[in-house]
Ligand binder design. Structure first.
Ligand code: PNW
Length: 497
C-alpha cells in the first residue's frame, strides 16, 4: 500500500469513527441559507428608506457594539444583489431565507407613506431568485422596527399589533404573487428577552422590570396571530402560500441528575421556547409560567401577575397560527435550579422568574461567540422535545451555524459543526421519526453580527469589509455545503434514502 492510499484510508476511517452519518437526506428535503436585512443590506438611508431602531442604536451607542461599528454599508447587498444571487445559484440552494426592512418600504412604519423604491428593490430581488430557481422565504420582521414605532414604545405598545398587521397585509399585497412562504417574526425571544432586561442588551437596550419582557411577548404573539389570520382570510386561497414564525432555543441539559435540576430544565425550556410556542401550538402560556409568575408577583407585592392574562378569545385566536415549526438552533446549555418560587429578594426579573442558572461544559468545542459551542446531541434532543411538546409538527430548521474570527478561507471547524449537526438531524428523522423538512445555514456571507459587530463571522463566504467592493470569496465550508446539497449526503457515498 503506498503512502497516498493509506492517508486516504485513514481519513475515511476517521470520518466514520467520528460518526458522520452515511444516510441520504429524504428526496424532498430542502436546503437553504439565511440572512437578515439589517445585517447584509447596507444602504441604510438610501432611496427614501426610513431610520430603523438598529440604525439609531448603532449610531447613538457605538460603544455598545464591538469595534464601534454599524451596518450602514455592511455587505452592501442593497447594491450587490445580482452577484449575491449568482452565488446562491452556484451554491445550489433550494431556498433563500431573507428579511424585508420594514422601514425601506414604510419609512415611518405606517402604510400612509409607501416608499416605491423600496418596493421595487424587493420585487427585483424576489424575481431574480425565482428566475434562478431559488424559492424566496421571507421574514417580515428581523429586529429592525422603524424608529418612529420604537419611540412610541416598540413591542411593549399594543398599538404595534395593528401597525404590524397593516405592514403584513401590504407585504402580502405587494409581493404575494412572488413570495409563497412567509415568516412573521424572527426569534421574539431575542428581541423580547435580550433587549429589555439583563446584561446582553440588544436594541433598544433598556433595563426594565420583567413586565417589559412579558408585554413584548404578549404584543408580538397578538401581532403574529393577526398577520396569520389576514393571510388565511384574505390571501391564502389566491396565493397558495404558507406562513409561520421562527422561534429559537438552545437545548437545556440538566447540570445534574437531581430532581431540582430536571425541574430547572423544564423551567428553562418553558420560559424560553414555551412562552412563544405554547400559545401558538397548544394554546395559552405554559401553565408553569402562569403559576410561577403569579405567585412571585403576589409575594413581591404586585396587585396582579406581571404575566398578562389572555382572554379565552385571544387563546383561540393565537392557537394554530403556524403552518409548520420554524426553528433556529445553535447550541446547548447546562441548567441548574436556582431560585425557589418563594425567594423574592431579587429585583423582580425575568431571570428570577425563570429560576435557573445557565452554564456550559468547557469540554464542548467553543466558537468565536461566548454562547456558542458545538453540542450536536443537544440538537437531536431539541428536535425531539419540539416534536413531543407541540403535536408532531413539521419542523423547518431556519438557522444553524458556527462563528469564527473569519480570518481564513479554510474553515474546518465550520465543516465539522455542519457534519455533526446534520448527522444529529438525520438521526432525529430516521431513528426518532421527527418530521424535519428542511435546513438553512446561518449564513451565506460574513455579515454584521449585532452587538459583536464584525468580530464574529458566520459566513460560508468570506467578505472583505476593507474593500469598497466588499469582495466575496467562498470558504471551504461553502464547497462542502454545495456538495451536500448536490448529493444529499454528508460523506463520499451514502446509502440510498
Ligand atoms: C440569531 N443567543 O440570533 C439571529 O437570528 C441572527 O440574526 C444572528 O446573526 C444569528 O443568530 C447568530 O447570532 C441569536 O444569545 C441571537 O443565544 C442570540 C442568541 C442566539 C441566536
Amino acid at each position: 500500500m503506498n503512502m497516498k492510499c493509506s492517508v486516504i484510508l485513514l481519513a475515511f476511517t476517521v470520518s466514520y469513527a467520528s460518526g458522520i452519518s452515511n444516510r441520504s437526506f429524504p428526496a424532498d428535503f430542502k436546503f437553504g441559507v439565511t440572512t437578515a436585512a439589517y445585517q447584509i443590506e447596507g444602504g441604510w438611508n438610501e432611496d427614501g428608506k426610513g431610520e430603523s431602531l438598529w440604525d439609531w442604536y448603532t449610531h447613538t451607542y457605538p460603544d455598545r457594539i464591538q469595534g464601534g461599528t454599524n451596518a450602514d454599508v455592511t455587505c452592501d447587498s442593497y447594491h450587490k444583489y445580482k452577484e449575491d444571487i449568482e452565488i446562491l445559484k452556484d451554491l445550489g440552494v433550494n431556498f433563500y431565507r431573507l428579511s424585508i426592512a420594514w422601514s425601506r418600504i414604510l419609512p415611518e412604519g405606517t402604510v400612509n407613506h409607501v416608499n416605491q423604491a423600496g418596493v421595487d428593490y424587493y420585487r427585483t430581488v424576489f424575481q431574480l431568485l425565482i428566475d434562478n430557481g431559488i424559492v424566496p422565504v421571507v421574514t417580515l420582521y428581523h429586529w429592525d422596527v422603524p424608529l418612529t414605532l420604537s419611540e412610541i414604545g416598540g413591542w411593549t405598545n399594543p398599538l404595534l399589533v395593528d401597525y404590524f398587521a397593516d405592514y403584513a397585509r401590504l407585504a402580502f399585497e405587494l409581493f404575494g404573487d412572488q413570495v409563497k412562504q412567509w415568516h412573521t417574526f424572527n426569534e421574539p425571544q431575542s428581541f423580547c428577552m435580550l433587549s429589555y432586561q439583563g446584561p446582553l442588551r440588544k436594541a433598544p437596550g433598556y433595563d426594565l422590570p420583567a413586565e417589559a419582557v412579558y408585554q413584548c411577548n404578549y404584543v408580538v404573539l397578538k401581532a403574529h396571530a393577526k398577520a396569520y389570520h389576514i393571510y388565511d382570510d384574505e390571501f391564502r386561497q389566491k396565493q397558495q402560500g404558507n406562513i409561520s414564525i421562527v422561534l429559537v432555543a438552545h437545548w437545556k441539559e440538566p447540570a445534574s441528575d437531581s430532581d431540582a435540576d430536571k425541574e430547572g430544565q423544564n423551567l428553562a425550556l418553558q420560559f424560553e421556547m414555551g412562552l412563544l410556542a405554547n400559545p401558538i401550538f397548544n394554546g395559552n402560556w405554559p401553565q408553569v409560567a402562569i403559576d410561577r409568575v403569579a405567585e412571585r408577583s403576589k409575594l413581591e407585592g404586585y396587585p396582579r401577575s406581571r404575566l398578562p392574562e389572555f382572554t379565552q378569545e385571544e387563546i383561540d385566536y393565537i392557537k394554530g397560527t403556524a403552518d409548520y415549526f420554524g426553528l433556529n438552533h445553535y447550541t446547548t446549555e447546562l441548567v441548574s435550579f436556582a431560585y425557589n418560587v418563594t425567594n423574592v429578594t431579587e429585583y423582580p426579573s425575568f431571570d428570577a422568574d425563570r429560576g435557573v442558572l445557565r452554564t456550559t461544559d468547557p469540554s464542548w468545542p467553543q466558537s468565536n461567540m461566548t454562547w456558542l459551542r458545538s453540542v450536536p446531541w443537544g440538537f437531536r434532543k431539541m428536535l425531539n422535545w419540539i416534536d413531543q411538546s407541540y403535536g408532531h409538527p413539521a419542523i423547518l430548521v431556519t438557522e444553524n451555524g458556527w462563528a469564527d474570527d473569519g480570518t481564513s478561507r479554510e474553515d474546518p471547524q465550520r465543516i465539522s459543526y455542519i457534519q455533526d449537526y446534520l448527522t444529529a438531524l438525520l438521526e432525529a428523522i430516521y431513528d426518532d421519526g421527527v418530521n424535519v423538512i428542511g435546513y438553512s445555514q446561518w449564513s451565506i456571507y460574513d455579515n454584521f453580527e449585532w452587538l459583536s459587530g464584525y468580530m464574529a463571522k458566520f459566513g460560508l463566504v468570506y467578505v472583505d469589509f476593507s474593500s469598497p467592493n466588499r469582495t466575496r470569496t467562498p470558504k471551504s465550508s461553502y464547497y462542502y455545503y454545495q456538495k451536500i446539497i448536490k448529493t444529499k449526503c454528508l460523506v463520499d457515498t451514502c446509502d440510498a434514502a
